[in-house]
Design a protein around this ligand. Sequence first.
Ligand code: GH3
Ligand code: MG
Ligand code: MG
Length: 314
Amino acid sequence: MKEPVPDENETSFRFLAEHSVDIICRVGLDLVMHYASPSTFRVLGWTPEEMTGKVAKDFILAEDMPVLAAAIVRILNPDVQTESATVRMRKKDGSTAWMEMNARLVRDSSTGEPREFVTVMRDITERKISEERLSALSLTDSLTGLLNRRAFDEALDRAWKRTLREGSQISLLLLDIDHFKTFNDQYGHQVGDDCLRAVAASVNGAVRATDIVARYGGEEIAVILLSTDTAGAVAVAEKMRSAIEGLRLTHEGRSEGGGHVTASIGAATALARQGGTISLPESLLLAADTAMYKAKNGGRNRVATAIVVAPRTA
Ligand code: GH3
Ligand code: MG
Ligand code: MG
């Protein structure tokens, strides 16, 4: 391949590149770096000399290489002018940076054949981190740290579809703190919040890592137990119930619960079988809610169950 002769354009390219805050690179079609601007040192810790002659995969994390490969396929399309990709790059100090790359394919002015890529890269690590924090915030409940209702609804939808497809079973626990209104009235809202946090931690401690625990409403916690039958659901619910009782959080107004905070739990199981009629996940929620009220009416601080049969879809 013929090296381009430095001309006025070349000189101004160099001038801009040498003074750019962003990293500017010239990369061959074989992904070998021919030029890197001095800002590589400030952004990534590598000097331009350390980067030139190397290939993309020497700096880009292996799991992000498919993202780059897809962008290259798109940019080779004659109708595409520029293409961007966001990938992680290894910095000299061993850490990684999220880099947004905007690339343009330079073609030979006479033949139109692709010649090289000119890429502008910008460190967007800070932005990525705050985006990740924001998205975590919108999926978790800030008081308890459990998943919030939105995350729960999405998780239940996914789990439900999977259960119907596999013809397996799924259980849903709905837990409600007993006489929590009088607890708040007696000890104040702040102590009520502390109590909720403690209950949430107990619930989390009673389940497996694959189970999904969410704050469903004010003082209600919902748990999705994948591939779990009624016996399994009751075992987990009992473990939760006794863990909460075992916290020994004083609730003087709660004489029937031994003067401690307790909770009632509805455990509903859906079996996916040919001929099942319960096709919506909301029906499982309703069954768990009904079972929970059965536990309340039965004297609170207990577990009650319900079973629904859903249609198998595969
Ligand atoms: P039951 O045994 O029938 O469930 O009685 P309960 O008093 O717990 O039921 P109810 O639904 O009437 O009351 C729920 C109470 O939970 C009302 C509300 O003050 C309290 N609550 C809901 N969310 C929060 C919260 O975030 N913090 C605090 N401290 N209290 C809350
Ligand atoms: Mg309630
Ligand atoms: Mg309650």
